[in-house]
Ligand binder design. Sequence first.
Ligand code: TXA
Ligand code: MG
Length: 336
Amino acid sequence: MKTIVIRFPLTANDFQKVVRILQAGGLVAVPTETVYGLAANALDPKALQKIFEVKGRPQDNPLIVHVGDRWAVRKLVSEIPESAKLLMKKYWPGPLTIVFKKSPKIPDSVSAGLPTIAIRMPRHSLIRRLSQAAGFPLAAPSANVSGRPSSTTPEDILEDLGGKIDCVIDAGGSYYGIESTVIDVSGKIPILLRPGNISIEQLRATLGKVRIARGDSLRPKSPGMKYRHYAPKAKLIVIEGRKENITKKIQSMLNRGRGKKIGVLTVQHPRAYRHDCVKFIGATNNLIARYLFRALREMDRKGIELILAEGIPEKRSGHAIMNRLRKAAGYNVIKV
Ligand code: TXA
Ligand code: MG
């Protein structure tokens, strides 16, 4: 299959072309404000099956359904609890996914057989307009091969899925760079399933009590928690602790590791280390989130064998960044 690439902003013709691909059950990589999504008709089991196939996604890992507007939610869920109303009012459109009790009419493959459905109304208006014009909500997992870092550029998508999907819409680099916050409001107490740009502090300010799901539990609340995620091909080690100790530890690992292809991800300064492969990904959470996955993929393209990454404080969106980094490392963490 030839994957066509269409540049954003779209012409009316291009927009129609994409709508027709979606209506015919095709797969389109679409920009959102978090990461690129691999979009398909959420009500068409055959199109959903294709998503699982091209991503190599485990069948028991459910998809997020993206809606064009708030009204579309009613048809997908069996109830909208008060907590969800508060969240939708405050954070939609935006990087927040809400897990509801699902309506019996929704195909089982969307929710992988669970009694719940994850829904998001993105801030990026293109995916919302596509859903409205096509006439159905769009299932859209991150547009990467399962287990790899999420795609935040069109190059990432083509690297993983080129030739396997119908179309990529090229809107440049993603704004947030990490996936949406996922919160489950289907039970008595809301549960944070995946941290994201909307932080636990913000969620608690809106809802009061919110529990944090433990990522390492044997029976995970969210199927996605079981699997290795965001992983580069290189071995990745995260060094956490006080800044001075981190710098010292990484420099000594570099000194000892001569001959090996080592890359460093730093949040301090491009010249923080005496080493030739250092990537400075920014010193604020916004920039670190935006460039983290991109930097991991760039290290792989350079053939780096070992990546050393600095840990950051877990305040606000730092929580989400450390969640992705530790998972990408397979919890290979050195505390200093
Ligand atoms: O920012 C995002 O959320 C991006 C963009 C494209 O919107 N999408 C995304 O989708 O990250 P994906 O499929 O890569 O991650 C979906 C996560 C998985 O961890 C999955 O297990 C969880 O949401 N999930 C989906 N439905 C669920 C449900 N009914 N109950 C619990 N967790 C669910
Ligand atoms: Mg994903």
